[in-house]
Structure formats: structure tokens, C-alpha cells
Design a protein around this ligand. Structure first.
Ligand SMILES: Cc1cc2nc3c(=O)[nH]c(=O)nc-3n(C[C@H](O)[C@H](O)[C@H](O)COP(=O)(O)O)c2cc1C
Length: 441
């Protein structure tokens, strides 16, 4: 049998096979597609940037003899007890409910081993993650699912979530299959029924109210704990300015490639801006207020490698947060589950259809038998290894650029491969001194 291409058939770029399948699915079932993970479409990203390693005009540092520090302090603007992390790679907020208790414990074990933080998520704090996370950031989300004032004090920092990169302006979903008795009890909602998370906080509508809310949180925690504000990347320049104005110690900016547990596909692919475009806007806003490096910037959305970490930091981030990469490190999308992925209509590497609770890797599930497949000690080892590699890779690049600390990386170390990336990241197109929309040197 000859292939369609051999028979001279040409696939449409507009109506490609995924689009055709989407239309057929909509027509058949009358429901839109919900999936996990972030935007799959190609957008300008860290891959479109390159580092200018040192040669004559700069000299590099020697890997085996010369230091390149990686530590970061987060939240020293107002908090009495800022976080001091050994690596700027942190674990992003992922809800218990979306993730199994074993996955949460694994993340805590791995992050603690390398001296970084983990973050709770929609649905509250579990014993597994508090017990195994040396440094735990507690999220306050619009849904207030699992919100417990005692947990504010049990946490090491607090993150007020205004939005996520995968769905800025929208709320998340947790399908009924994942609402086990335990998840339901924590959220004080019935078991087995789909849950939608709210898209905005119930008790404030704008920055003035949020400033009061943050003051309340500071009083509850006796001004000890850093307060983060997390936004999905859209009007990042203004959002960051407002976050500084309302008193944030740390700002988390999550780009459109950022993962989610479950959201409408149309939302994931069509709302928000790429991580690359958001970072310079955030840094500009902070710099204009004289707050760059005083209010720390954590960037997330598509961070996979140490090169991504180094690029985010060179553009001005103080730290990064990872979600999807950590789940892959735990074993998600592994070819060993190929047969089981096929049974749920998916395939390793495609990331679809795990949000409904049948994840064979035991990570994004509440099914006790599937979840038991993930050994938290082994999971912790894998996370620690992955975090170590990310840090070592970023250090390697920083040394090659002659930097004795990851935070010394700067936009001047970068060039862009495409005009789009150059315009968004505000670094010159490789081999030129040209940044679209800006004058040369
Ligand atoms: C399974 C999963 C669950 C998530 N749950 C939450 C959540 O409860 N609260 C939140 O602020 N973000 C949540 N996120 C988003 C992450 O905090 C983070 O912004 C995103 O994963 C970063 O992008 P990356 O996945 O490309 O690393 C979730 C992401 C995933 C993959």
C-alpha cells in the first residue's frame, strides 16, 4: 500500500489532521475538548535564543576550579524569613487532586534533597507534601478549595494566584473521576462530580482590595513569610507594576506554554502570550520601579533544560518554576506505558487524556492502584537528579559566559535566531546589532 504522499495527496496546513479530528469530535459529541499540559503550538521560545560564550572580549570560567554560584534569596522585600534556595529551579504549584499524593511526596523529597521549594495548588496542602518538603509555598487560589488558615502558618511562603499561563482569565477543571473521597473532603465538595475552579477571587475585585488582602496575610503570618503574586502572562508590564504596588515580595509570571491539569483546549492554545515575550515586559516594569532584584521574578512556562533556566535568568528572572518537566521526570509520557496509553486513546509524548484520572504512571491520578505504581522514594530520586542536571547545565553555560553566579547572566549574553524572538526577547538578531522596533547600539 502506498502512502498518501506517494499517491500525490497533500495535507492541508489549515485543515490538518488534528483539526479535522477536532471538528469531527465536536460534531459527534457536542462538547469541547479538555486536556492537560500547555500550549502545543510552536511559539517563539527559549530555543530561539543562543548564548554568546566568552572568547577574546570576555574570558570564561574554569568548570573544575572556579565557582559559579546558584543560590537565590526570594522574598526579602518585606518578609522577616525570606527563602534561601540552593538552586533557582523551583517546583511550580500543582494541585493535589490533579496529582496523586505519591507524586506530591516525590516532588517534596526531590526538591528538598537539592535545597529548593515545592508549591501546593488548588485543593490545599497534604501531609505528604508538607512532611517531605523542606520549603513549601502555599497557594491561595480563586477557588479556595482546601483553603485552611492553619496551613498559611504551616507554610514557608504564600502565593496568591491570580492566574496561570495556560488559562489567564479562566478557571481550571478537575474531572469527577479524580474526585476521590479524600480529594472531595479536602475541598468540601461531593465525590465523583466534575469541579470547576473559579476564575477570580471571591473577596476582591482589583489591586486596592488585593493590597488589603496581602496585608491580612502578612498579619496572619506575623510578617515572617514572603508573599508571592502569580499571574498568567498577558498584559505583563502592567500586571507586574500593579503586583509591586500591592506589596508582593515575589512575582511569578507564567507564560502560555505553562502546563495545566485540565482546561479547554481552545483556551490553552489561544489565550496568553509566550513566556519569552513576557519576561522582558516584567523586567522592564520592575526596573522602571527600581525593583528589579528587590522584588524577585520567578518565570515559568516551558522550562525544560538548564539552557532554558540560564536564558530565563539572562533575560532578568531571579528563578524559574517547573511543572511539566517535573512530571516527565517522574515518569509521565514514558514509552514503557505505550500499550496503556493506547487504551486511553493517547500515546507517550502526546500528553493528552491523562487528566481524567487514568494515568498509568500513577502521577496524575487518584486511582489507588495506579497511584501505588509511583514509589515516592524513587520519584524523589528522579526529581532530585533532574533538578541537579538543570542546575549543572545552567552553571556550565554561565561559566562559559564568564559568570561567577547564575544571576550575573544578562541580556547582553544572548542573541536571537529569529526576528520574532529578537523582537520579543529584546536581544539582537544573531550576527547583527538589530532588535526589531529598537535602534541599534
Ligand atoms: C498537573 C498540573 C497541575 C497544576 N495545578 C496548578 C495549580 O493548582 N495552581 C497553579 O497556580 N498552577 C497550577 N499548574 C500550573 C503550574 O503551576 C505552572 O504554572 C506550569 O506548570 C509551568 O509551566 P510548565 O508546566 O511548562 O513547567 C498546574 C500544572 C500542571 C501541569
Amino acid at each position: 500500500m502506498t502512502s498518501p504522499a506517494e499517491r500525490g495527496l497533500r495535507e492541508s496546513a489549515t485543515f490538518d489532521r488534528a483539526t479535522i479530528a477536532g471538528i469531527q469530535h465536536a460534531a459527534e459529541h457536542g462538547v469541547y475538548d479538555i486536556r492537560g499540559w500547555g500550549a502545543k503550538r510552536a511559539v517563539p521560545h527559549f530555543d530561539d535564543l543562543l548564548f554568546l560564550g566568552a572568547s577574546m572580549s570576555r574570558y570564561p570560567l574554569e568548570g573544575y576550579r572556579e565557582r559559579c554560584d546558584t543560590d537565590v534569596v526570594l522574598g526579602d522585600r518585606h518578609a522577616q524569613q525570606p527563602l534561601h534556595l540552593a538552586t533557582p529551579v523551583t517546583i511550580a504549584g500543582m494541585s493535589f487532586g490533579a496529582l496523586s499524593a505519591q507524586a506530591k511526596e516525590s516532588l517534596g523529597r526531590g526538591a528538598s534533597e537539592v535545597g529548593t521549594s515545592t508549591t501546593t495548588g488548588d485543593g490545599g496542602m497534604t501531609e505528604e507534601e508538607r512532611g517531605h518538603s523542606k520549603t513549601l509555598v502555599y497557594q491561595i487560589l480563586p477557588s479556595r478549595y482546601g483553603m485552611n488558615p492553619d496551613h498559611l502558618r504551616a507554610a514557608d511562603a504564600i502565593e496568591v494566584v491570580l492566574g496561570q499561563g495556560a488559562k489567564p482569565g479562566g478557571g481550571g477543571m478537575l474531572l469527577g473521576q479524580k474526585i476521590s473521597e479524600r480529594v472531595a473532603e479536602m475541598r468540601t465538595l461531593p465525590a465523583g462530580i466534575d469541579q470547576r475552579s473559579a476564575c477570580r477571587h471571591p473577596d476582591w475585585t482589583g489591586p486596592d482590595d488585593l493590597a488589603i488582602k496581602i496585608l491580612e496575610l502578612r498579619e496572619i503570618t506575623d510578617w515572617q513569610k514572603p508573599i508571592y503574586v502569580k499571574v498568567g502572562a498577558t498584559r505583563t508590564y502592567y500586571d507586574v507594576k500593579l503586583a509591586v504596588a500591592v506589596g508582593a515580595d515575589v512575582i511569578v509570571v507564567d507564560g502560555m506554554q505553562g502546563g495545566t491539569a485540565a482546561t479547554q483546549e481552545v483556551f490553552i492554545e489561544n489565550v496568553g502570550i509566550p513566556t519569552l515575550a513576557a519576561i522582558p515586559q516584567a523586567v522592564q516594569a520592575l526596573s522602571e520601579l527600581g525593583m528589579h532584584r528587590k522584588v524577585q521574578l520567578i518565570v515559568s512556562g516551558g522550562v525544560r533544560t538548564g539552557a532554558d533556566v540560564a536564558k530565563a535568568m539572562a533575560l532578568g528572572a531571579d528563578a524559574v518554576a517547573i511543572g511539566t518537566g517535573a512530571l516527565v521526570a517522574l515518569g509521565d509520557n514514558h514509552p514503557r506505558y505505550a500499550a496503556e496509553y493506547e487504551k486511553i486513546g493517547s500515546a507517550a509524548g502526546f500528553y493528552d487524556d491523562f487528566q481524567d484520572g487514568r494515568d498509568p504512571a500513577g502521577i496524575t491520578t487518584q486511582d489507588p492502584e495506579l497511584a501505588a505504581r509511583l514509589d515516592p522514594v524513587e520519584g524523589g530520586r528522579r526529581i532530585a537528579n533532574y533538578l541537579r542536571v538543570l542546575t549543572l547545565e545552567a552553571q556550565t553555560i554561565a561559566r562559559a559566559c564568564g559568570k561567577a553566579h547564575l544571576q550575573h547572566l544578562e541580556p547582553e549574553d544572548l542573541v536571537a535566531l529569529t526576528i520574532e524572538a529578537s523582537a520579543m526577547a529584546r536581544v539582537p538578531l544573531a550576527g547583527t546589532d538589530w532588535i526589531p522596533g529598537r535602534s541599534g547600539f
